[in-house]
Design a protein around this ligand. Sequence first.
Ligand SMILES: [Zn+2]
Length: 184
Amino acid sequence: MTSASIKPNAEHIIPTLHPAFAKRRCFRADSVCGELWDILDQVCDPELPGLTLWDLGVLQDVQVSNDASNNQQITVVITPTYSGCPAVDAMSEDAIKALNNAGFNQVKVAVILAPAWSTDMISPNGKKQLRALSIAPPNEHDNVDCPVCGSGETEVLSQFGSTACKAMYRCLSCSEVFDYFKNL
Ligand SMILES: [Zn+2]
């Protein structure tokens, strides 16, 4: 059966949920170590206060294995927002610390670069948090709305904002200068 032959039920369509994030959410829900994912919800991007590694789409997987002496070994799998992102070391340390504090002593972080991170992995909650930080969240068409007043009348000031993954914009309605998290 092709997907075209399935008639979607309108009640089941959530238009704001990007397929890339929906897939991540299913993956997390199916994980046997939900408790560990929940602990890692304490860990935020050092440059984006309140935005967790999960919401940002950096946290990819949490794996548990037993070593030769039957000790539990936890591996946290992360993908940086862009290669060479200086925040990776801080994120890794914070993830290890959070699990250590919860009583899990053997924790390591694996950084994987493929598949590459994309802004599609940011959760709906993450986009809300970006707006709360006065950063316009990424969108497919690069229609940048002001995170402060919501106006669509904005102009680009610089393709590079406070970091390489952001561009600097100004709102023509309220004059706010803000970062736009570039679509990647
Ligand atoms: Zn504005």
